[in-house]
Design a protein around this ligand. Sequence first.
Ligand code: 4AD
Ligand code: MG
Length: 475
Amino acid sequence: MQIKELLKQSPSEQEVTVKGWVRTKRGQAAVTFIAINDGSTIHNIQAVAEGGLIDEETLKLVSTGACVAVTGKLIASLGSGQAVEVKAEKVVVYGTADETFPMQPKKHSMEFLREKAHLRFRTNTFGAIFRIRHVLAFAVHKYFNDNGFFNLHTPIITASDAEGAGEMFHVTNFDMEKPPRAEDGSIDYSQDFFGRQTSLTVSGQLEGELGALALSKIYTFGPTFRAENSNTTRHLAEFWMIEPEVAFYELEDNMNLAEDFVQTVIKYALENCADDLAFLEKRLLEEEKNKPQNERSELSLIEKLKFVIENQFQRLTYTEAIDILVRSKPHKEKKFQYPVEWGIDLQSEHERYLVEKHFKKPVILTNYPKDIKAFYMKLDDDNKTVRAMDVLFPGIGEIIGGSQREDDYEKLLSRTKEVGIDPENIWWYLETRKFGSAPHAGFGLGFERLVLFVTGMTNIRDVIPFPRTPKSAEF
Ligand code: 4AD
Ligand code: MG
């Protein structure tokens, strides 16, 4: 039986078997207390081995990190902190772990744990994070299923750069030492596996749109890849993205969907991860104690999550945001590292000022200048801005990016050429604007950024099991 279920049982001396990994062992010859965890919950179950009942040789093999099966009666616990415990009658050691086991019961730095990504699952913190990650993923599928969306599996290998940022990892099966060459000396991709140059996708959006223009409401939830060399606490080279796309939606519907969606999944985590969130909240409070007073957050983790689900996001245009930034104290006092003027791509410091200092709540910025956004966004009537929307979160910055899409064939074609994309490469995308085009909109939520927000962790490398970042793909 899983420990999560066992801990809910009443102690009627029934015989049970617990299997899991030893977190701690303490006590002496007369009585030994073994804390066992199987990952089903943050809580351990305590096994009590009284002297004589379990042979000493076996007990010696029981140490932090070992994997054991303990059989015995489930009894009321005399110790505080747990209702039941197992009075051990039989102990089987599946796998021993000596004192070199790195996850000893003491505080480890996150950097140390990243180097031990194969074992960090066995800590309380990472157990909590990955259970919450699962619950959030489940909540995402539940949300869309409950609201009439179809899950569409878009390709991972692609020949088009959806975001046009040129940050793609190439996919080839050429012998890189001697790829076939064309007469002019360039690499001849027509001889490659797919007969053309291909990459790992940066987004499932373009294919998602094709689905939405028939199924009306679709969403994708898959891995995406970006070869951007940004070594920050919010970027991964491989991350998971959720991309809903809806026919007949305009920008405002898209904002409503984004807000309702993130609020609903966060609420689901609050309702279904209470123990893990309570643990992470306590952990965060400990960390905060080491920070100077003025850097400590005003809200605890759970308060912060409740705040986000109970308050409407602030909506304003990019142009309005620039006005606020220009008139802000840090701008006047030259405290921003980057300049502020209409037309700039907002930096994280600007986004965080708006969210954390000015509005003190999540913000949805809309109608960005077309030059800093992707080619597929619908042009506004002024021909200067596009119907883009970014959702900005405290501590995170951009968590969602989306837009209403250009549905006019001629306008889309000319934007395609303007940004230097060969229309031939995405003829199939353009063609949907020729046959039964419809207003439509969608967005992308970076799943790890959501997990980062909900768990209160500070580095995105700690909310994905095996992070892929520049110079790092060990596990
Ligand atoms: O803003 P982005 O680039 O938008 C798109 O890819 C659109 N095709 C989405 C759409 O409209 N369907 O990325 C969307 C989100 C960002 O807001 C961010 O949360 C996340 O994906 N993201 C990353 N997360 C982790 N590491 C990275 N390198 C990320 N790049 C983007
Ligand atoms: Mg973006």
